[in-house]
Design a protein around this ligand. Structure first.
Ligand code: SIN
Length: 479
């Protein structure tokens, strides 16, 4: 059994849920329970907020160098314990161990990057145009923040929030995903062990997330909510945040277009789509959702993709050589299968996969659909599973119009060797991020985030820390 804490962590102490309740974390490869975790209540959440509010002035006043050193120590500890974290991620979320190691690396980079940014928080001095006063700006922490993370990257989505919050001087209440809270709890132990003071980080796992978030959003001590998850849940949190005018950062759903022009390098386009689609089993908001291929290369592209997909090995993430682990749970798998069967009913052709497997665990085969009609649900909704939905286009205008024909705007991918076209199309696509001749945009040093209904704000990069800082302006008379 894994040596991972399973209680709430409040004010520097581990404690069970106020009502003693627990929920079960499942191994998606078998469907069997692997841990009983404290099912935090609204009262636990409020106790955590009390701890975060109490610790806020001291943490905000802790010298930036000290905050940076703590984040750097956490970075080193996470890297040193890569195997332990990777095993936990695979156990609770299912991705192959090699990918889990990749996630640990990715997660650690947020701690490292924000450790480096901590000492660079600074203000400005300007002079008014009338020359009668000086304008001084300070960057101050927003205050106690609620961080709500998803299950698909159970460690990286936590460090992407905790890193900048702590760097900025904010204290936090973290709600990890109920499907996969263990990596977050292990990280919490690391933060405790490296010396993060009681109350600075509080963690309340819960299977009753709406109770927790509404109690916290109703409390005026909470000054910020950062959420990664679906657009419908994001809308509810935004409405809740409106009551007390709480700052928000929202990383919501995506419906990315992956556009391949016929002047693209076919090998890199195929590599790109395999990465953009099958990283994390397609369970990512930046996964390629709609593959749009120009007519002239559609057949060659599809043949090569099919060859690669048919060679993929599906199985438990702990087995060597596995390319695709299980999906997170039965509900998600059923939802994806329904999207596939609806698309087939709409006229799409299933070229491989598309069959619900028998046996334990929540596996779904890597699936390729071609001739996907634009109006099909699979082209309009986020798939969040290992399904490649390919359709074709004739002109650049058609490709751009199809890409932008969605309420989402997180990321699009563009494959072309024409420099003028690269800029023309990239500037016209309605998305917060564009992958150009590559299938991966994620990096701790880059501003990750979307436009339209994909969210508000950015995580990572120089921008990420600003989400946790308020500008205070001092008007200084020139006298
Ligand atoms: C997500 O799917 O929510 C984030 C993916 C990433 O950071 O690459």
């Amino acid at each position: 059994m894994m040596n991972v804490p399973t209680d709430c962590y409040i004010g520097g102490r581990w404690q069970p849920a106020a009502d003693g309740a627990t929920f079960t974390v499942l191994d998606p490869a078998t469907g069997a329970g692997i841990a009983e975790v404290a099912d935090g209540t609204a009262a636990d959440g409020l106790q955590a907020l009390t701890a975060a509010s109490g610790a806020a002035p001291r943490w905000a006043g802790t010298p930036a160098r000290e905050r940076a050193d703590l984040l750097a120590a956490a970075y080193r500890e996470v890297v040193a314990r890569t195997e332990e974290f990777a095993a936990v991620i695979t156990a609770e979320m299912g991705k192959p161990l090699a990918e889990s190691r990749g996630e640990v690396h990715y997660a650690a980079q947020f701690l490292r990057w924000f450790a480096e940014q901590t000492v660079r928080i600074s203000g400005e001095v300007r002079t008014t145009p009338e020359a009668d006063a000086r304008i001084l700006t300070l960057q101050q922490p927003v205050g106690p923040s609620l961080l709500i993370a998803p299950w698909n990257f159970p460690l990286a989505m936590i460090t992407r929030k905790i890193g900048p919050a702590l760097a900025a001087g904010c204290t936090v209440v973290v709600k990890p995903a109920e499907e996969a809270p263990l990596a977050a709890l292990l990280l919490t132990r690391v933060l405790h062990d490296v010396g993060v003071a009681p109350g600075v980080v509080n963690v309340v796992p819960t299977g009753r997330p709406a109770d927790l978030s509404s109690a916290l959003l109703a409390d005026t001590r909470l000054r910020k909510v950062s959420f990664t998850g679906s657009t419908p849940v994001g809308r509810i949190l935004l409405a809740g945040a409106a009551a007390n005018v709480v700052r928000t950062s929202m990383e919501l759903g995506g419906n990315s277009a992956f556009v391949v022009f016929d002047d693209a390098d076919l090998d890199s386009a195929v590599d790109g789509v395999m990465l953009a689609k099958f990283r994390n089993g397609g369970q990512s908001c930046v996964a390629a959702n709609r593959i749009l291929v120009q007519d002239g290369i559609a057949e060659a592209f599809t043949d090569r993709v099919l060859q690669r997909v048919r060679a993929m090995r599906t199985g438990p993430g702990t087995e060597p050589g596995v390319d695709l682990g299980p999906m997170i749970n039965a509900r998600q798998r059923q939802r994806v299968h329904r999207l596939v069967t609806d698309a087939i009913d709409d006229g799409a052709r299933a070229r491989c996969g598309a069959e619900l497997p028998q046996g334990p665990g929540f596996f779904y085969p890597p699936t390729v659909l071609t001739d996907v009609p634009a109006g099909s649900r699979i082209a309009r909704e986020e798939i969040f599973g290992p399904v490649l939905a390919i359709s074709t286009f004739d002109t650049e205008e058609q490709a751009v119009a199809a890409s932008n024909d969605t309420e989402y705007g997180l990321v699009d991918y563009l494959f072309t060797n024409d420099l003028r076209r690269t800029f023309r199309v990239a500037e016209t696509l309605q998305a917060g991020m564009i992958g150009i001749n590559r299938g991966l945009v994620s990096n701790a040093a880059a501003p990750f985030g979307g436009v339209k209904q994909s969210g508000l704000g950015r995580e990572g990069g120089f921008e990420g820390i600003r989400e946790y800082l308020e500008v205070k302006y001092l008007a200084l008379d020139k006298g």
